[in-house]
Design a protein around this ligand. Structure first.
Ligand code: NAP
Length: 250
């Protein structure tokens, strides 16, 4: 028996990186998983294939979540895939990052960040309220940059701080329905998100030293915590921001 048997989950941005690891982990625990992607269809199909090869169940959903039309399209497609069922677990993971001080952040970059990292989880959650099962789980993927001063990624840090705020308010708002809402804050994690930084040994060394374990995070390090929050053991945990960062900022 899997700890998430009978549950249906949606993981946004599940084609790559942290979302991919979360989708694989929730499916391994027994959930039927909606693997959402924006552009990387082959990668998302490979995630579905990996889940099915391991005996799990998954379905694909494509949407650009940076606009409300994309969010509404995703909800329509999900409704069809659910076929009268309700969604048990929503993982708002899709996101982009950007570096920049206040002086060198322009309006377009700021708006792109807030569109995907703030507006998308806000309106996707809003649109999914009628499809979410009472007693369900919402897990927002934040970042440790929202928990300290990061002047060189100021807009991204502010976007994730907005997500943290939304998490707490939603936890209160959805409490009467028994839905828990938590945020997970990864530290530096080895995915495409870090881009060319991963090719620079000096930067990698600095990121490794930021963790008390002396290494970069791996997507599976984040997926384990998300799976815990999605499962029956975490039913009394809500409105929390939990870092999965290997002890950054201690
Ligand atoms: P990633 O490897 O770059 O993957 C990003 C995912 O987001 C992909 O699945 C991508 O879909 C999807 N996405 C991008 N633009 C989209 C759009 N317009 N609409 C819908 N989906 C879109 O990133 P990651 O490292 O796994 O990051 C996942 C989450 O963790 C993000 O919220 C990020 O802020 C957070 N995080 C990451 C780190 C880190 O160091 N990696 C640290 C802290 C927090 P396609 O593949 O289809 O384009």
């Amino acid at each position: 028996m899997g700890r998430l048997d009978g549950k249906v989950a949606l993981v946004t941005g599940a084609s790559r990186g942290i979302g991919r690891a979360i989708a694989l982990r929730l499916a391994a625990d027994g959930a039927r998983v909606g693997v959402h992607y924006a552009t990387a269809r082959d990668a998302a199909a490979a995630v579905r294939a990996e889940i099915e090869a391991a005996g799990g169940e998954a379905f694909l959903l494509r949407a650009d979540l940076s606009a409300l039309t994309g969010i509404e399209g995703l909800v329509d497609d999900l409704r069809i895939a659910l076929d009268g069922r309700l969604l048990d677990i929503l993982v708002n993971n899709a996101g982009i990052g950007a570096s920049g001080t206040i002086a060198d952040t322009d309006e377009a970059g700021f708006d792109a960040l807030f569109a995907l990292d703030v507006k998308a989880p806000f309106f996707l959650t809003q649109q999914l309220l009628p499809l979410l099962a009472d007693g369900g789980r919402i897990i927002n993927i934040s970042s440790v940059v929202s928990m300290a001063a990061y002047p060189t990624t100021i807009a991204y840090a502010a976007a994730k701080a907005a997500l943290n705020s939304m998490t707490v308010s939603l936890a209160v708002g959805l409490g009467p329905r028994g839905i828990s809402v938590n945020a997970v804050a990864p530290g530096a994690t080895a995915t495409d998100f870090l881009g060319p930084m991963l090719d620079d040994p000096a930067v990698v060394g600095m990121l490794e030293k930021a963790s008390v374990f002396g290494r970069l995070g791996q997507p599976g390090d984040i997926a384990g915590l998300v799976a815990f929050l999605a499962g029956p053991e975490a039913g009394w945990v809500t409105g929390q921001l939990i870092a999965a960062s290997g002890g950054m900022h201690l």
